[in-house]
Design a protein around this ligand. Sequence first.
Ligand SMILES: [Zn+2]
Length: 624
Amino acid sequence: MGTNSSQNQIVRLLIEQGTITEKQYEHAQRVQKKLSVYQPLLKVLKELKFISDAEIKATIQSSSNSIRIGDLLTELGYISEDDLQAACRIQAESKEKQRLGTILVKQNYIDEQLLIEILSIQMGFPLLDPSLTEIDRELCQKIPSKILRSHCFLPLKKEDKHVLVALADPLDQDAKDVASRFLGAPIKPALSPRITLENLINQICKHPSSRTRYSGIKAGPQSAVGIVNEIILQAVANDASDIHIEPLPDRLQVRFREDGVLAHYKDFPHNLIPQISSRIKIMCQADIAEKRRHQGGRILFEHEEGQLDLRVSIYITVHGEKIVLRLLNRKQQLFDIQSIGLSPKMLSRFLENAVYQPSGVLLVTGPTGSGKTSTIYSCINTLKSPKVSIITAEEPVEYVIDGIAQCSIDPKIDLTFEETLRHIVRQDPDIIVIGEIRDTYSAEVAVQAALTGHKVLSTFHTEDSIGGLIRLLNMNIAPFLVSSTVVSVLAQRLLRRVCPFCATDTKPTPVQLQRLRCTPADLEGAHFKKGRGCSKCKQTGYKGRIGVFELLVLDELVRNAILEQKTSYDIRNISIKHSGLITLLEDGLLKAAQGTTTIDEVLRCLPNLSNPRSLGEIRRLSGL
Ligand SMILES: [Zn+2]
């Protein structure tokens, strides 16, 4: 790499306009060649202080030919050429039309803030971060709140004959037309972050909520109420999945689970422990007086940006009550099945042989926090249509999807799993989602439903895909039932993504090679990366996560192996040799070789049950 058309385009413009001289250009090229780690030429020119951001911006905007967003991002050094190509592939494969920028954000290659900054440079629209006070409410009232929400825009103020309108997507011609129609004036578009606009729209169009139970805005910061609110709100802001509040001999420690890893948030003085735990117990309707037994509960937490559902577990330790709050309905995007990280061949097999099969059991397996539920939701999202009836029994419902019947199990009111499953089949469903198969009863319900022509989606707690089959057999489901109803088992993990802002090239160490059971020759053609740590990734070197998968499709050979009651070792070998199974380790290795995740993550998260094949072979099997 080093030169590409866009680079030449921008650099050529800079030379043409006299912003940099031919000499400076050659000097920068020489410097670039000497760097041990590749840097785009623009970045080198900037570091040599030959050009400034403002000059780059002016150059791009003055160009009569528009420069594509992907090229801009690569050239400015925000994403790698590989990332760009990966995103282009997703764009090409995706059924719905998606903008490249949207895909890059969805896939965590860049954050939205960066995208809109670059878009504003590319399109010449001003970038605004409006606050509530700057907005002309009279203008807003001309437009129904439903329209504001669905198109995500806000009129800000009148400017001569125009109205300045902040849009999340200024390329959305529809939104611009609608805005102009309601406002009765031509509009002048500006760009604003979607989240900012959504918040403002919510505040402007707020209707009184009668369900408020715990408001995150009242109470002073020093009170237990204030502290607990602050902890929860901060966890929401950090997009944490869990909050750990644990008493230590000398203090109360609070940590958040972010991207699957615990990170220290804050310590509080020891004397606050009783007040804080009492406050949480009140919120989740647990028994305040009980301090010697484990307890659980739920909290419905209202805050400015919406409603949050928290599951609470109070566990008695030698130092006192350790409290874990799980944030349930976080603002996560529901991922399109195309973009959860399945390699091209695995994706098409998964869709053809599992998701689009008219009946049968589809299992997704992995430990807690491996993204199983998200994958199931992606499948539901792909399958839902006005022509099919989808019904779920979940404990609890983690995302609410429009148009399907979801039931949250609540043993506290005797709405048990068993009870729910008994009723589910009578609801005349086409597709049944069972949150988790955890006992013989739920396994039987799943198998029976599949036998009677239903499609069943469920999750399972097992290490790998073959383990899922073996677990079912161990639950006393007859081998012929397993082999005739289960259509596929997808095992998965979430690995942390290398931070795109501080990624550098790296090579595996001899110890890593040994642990991977690979030779350097096996990994030929790999581009391993590692984040150095920067402000954008809180110095961790990681940002966001990516799914790693192992797809077992029950073809003739695998079904026979089950009927013959072969060992998991045998079934695994058959699947790898003859049924195109790519193991979790191999898929992880592939993603590390693309620089998406690191070797450390592969070794930390993935089971190493058999020697991986060479990278070339894995690529071929993955359709890359
Ligand atoms: Zn970083």
